[in-house]
Structure formats: structure tokens, C-alpha cells
Write a protein that binds this ligand. Structure first.
Ligand code: ZN
Length: 250
């Protein structure tokens, strides 16, 4: 494995627990953090042959609300890093590919055709696609790992890769509204205008309910009571539907 790729593909370790990550943070700590405020022109999307092919692939598989969500996650995550973690110098393409593929496992082509949890299937689909289309193995592995771990939000100890952490922070902002105060309202407004939510909260809640019903063993069940059974309302779907901040933009 190339040592250069540890930084380039965002492998460098950061604390998994955001409470640890943000404790005594100079710009993002405390109850009144500074906000990342950028125009969308300041957060351009990476462009390469691999990006274009990946984007075409996921756009065909995902529904429009999920495709738009994946782009908001890129904008929110990149803004967070630009403002609050300026020394995290990974290649934006690695994070953009992670965003594009992170929910590919929820596509109709995969969610009910595999018994595997959607994050794991999605990580494998992403890894195979990236290698088949000329991406380095270190890049494919970085994306695979970030996608597999992107809903591991109850892990308190240890570390995660930097792009894995950014993907977690940004998806939670868009899905549940947690730590959205790290971003300016103008940035959120511009992002939802460019990539409309199209009732994303309801769309994602229905995916959660569908996967729980199909695969009660799935990774998403970690959000639920032990021994969760069909008929018990999902905590996670409930939290997604209660996203009071983002629901203003539905
Ligand atoms: Zn997502």
C-alpha cells in the first residue's frame, strides 16, 4: 500500500466519536460554533473520467431524491472540512465517490435482491465498479470502507478514516439535522435549491422500514430496540421523519 495514498484517499485516522472530535475544537466546539458559509461555486464537484462514469452508473440505479441527497452530502461534508478541519488534505474525488455510492445499496437493484445489509452490499458494489473502471485499489478500498461504516454511529471508541467521518457527519446533518449549526443557513438554502430534497425524509424512512421488514438482522436494526420485530415502530425512521430543520425545505 502506498503511504501517499493514506492522505490522498482520506485514510488518516480521526476519532470516531464526534463528541471527542469536537471537544475543545477551536471553531466548531461549544454551543455557539462558527458556521461554514460558502457559495456553491466555492465547492465545485470533482470531475474525471472515473467520476463521470460513476455518476452515470449511480444516476441510473438511484431514485432522484437519493441522488440529490448524495450531492447535498458532498456539499455539506466538504464545507465542514474546509471550515473546521482545514488540515484534512484528502483528494475531493475520493470523498465525492464515497458520496455518490454511499446509498447505492438502497437501489431497487440491490436492497431486496441481497440478504446483506445495504451499507455492506453498497460498499462491495462501489469497490467492484471503481476497480473495473480504472481506479486504484487503495481508492476503491477507501470508498468501500467509508460506505460500509457510514451508519456506525453508535461506536464510541477508537478511530475511523477521515473520509468515513466526513461521510457520517454529513449524512447525519441531511438525514436527522444533528450539528447542522456548523453550516450557515445560506449554504443549506443554496444546497437544497440546487439539489432539492423531494421529500427525502419520507423516502429514506420508507427505505429503513423496507429493509427492516425484509432483513430484521440488518445493520440498520442497530438503531432499534434489541430483538426488534416487524410491527414495532422504527426509532430510526421516526428520527428521520422528525428532522425539524431539514423538513422546512421538503
Ligand atoms: Zn445517505
Amino acid at each position: 500500500m502506498s503511504n501517499d495514498n493514506i492522505v490522498k484517499y482520506g485514510y488518516f485516522p480521526v476519532p470516531r466519536d464526534p463528541d471527542v472530535l469536537f471537544k475543545d475544537h477551536p471553531t466548531a466546539g461549544g454551543p455557539d460554533p462558527q458556521q461554514a458559509s460558502y457559495t456553491l461555486a466555492e465547492i465545485p464537484f470533482p470531475d474525471s473520467e472515473l467520476v463521470r462514469r460513476s455518476k452515470a452508473f449511480v444516476e441510473k440505479k438511484l431514485n432522484e431524491p437519493t441522488f440529490n441527497h448524495s450531492h447535498r452530502v458532498y456539499v455539506y461534508g466538504t464545507a465542514l472540512v474546509k471550515k473546521h478541519f482545514p488540515d484534512w488534505k484528502y483528494d475531493d474525488e475520493a470523498y465525492y465517490l464515497s458520496c455518490l455510492f454511499h446509498d447505492i445499496g438502497t437501489a431497487d437493484a440491490y436492497l431486496s435482491t441481497t440478504k446483506m445489509s445495504f451499507e455492506f452490499k453498497g460498499g462491495i458494489v462501489a469497490r467492484e465498479f471503481i476497480i473495473q473502471h480504472g481506479g486504484e485499489e487503495d481508492l476503491a478500498d477507501a470508498i468501500c470502507e467509508a460506505v460500509i461504516r457510514h451508519q456506525d454511529i453508535f461506536v464510541k471508541g477508537g478511530n475511523i478514516t477521515a473520509i468515513g467521518q466526513v461521510l457520517q457527519l454529513a449524512t447525519i446533518i441531511d438525514n436527522v439535522g444533528i450539528r447542522a449549526n456548523l453550516l450557515s443557513t445560506s449554504l443549506i438554502e443554496a444546497t437544497v435549491a440546487a439539489f432539492p430534497r423531494l421529500k427525502w425524509s419520507g423516502c429514506f424512512a420508507s427505505v429503513i422500514n423496507k429493509e427492516l421488514a425484509l432483513k430484521p438482522w440488518c445493520h440498520t436494526s442497530t438503531f432499534e430496540i434489541p430483538n426488534w420485530k416487524e410491527g414495532v415502530p422504527s426509532n430510526f425512521a421516526g428520527d428521520v421523519l422528525k428532522n425539524s430543520l431539514m423538513n422546512n425545505f421538503e
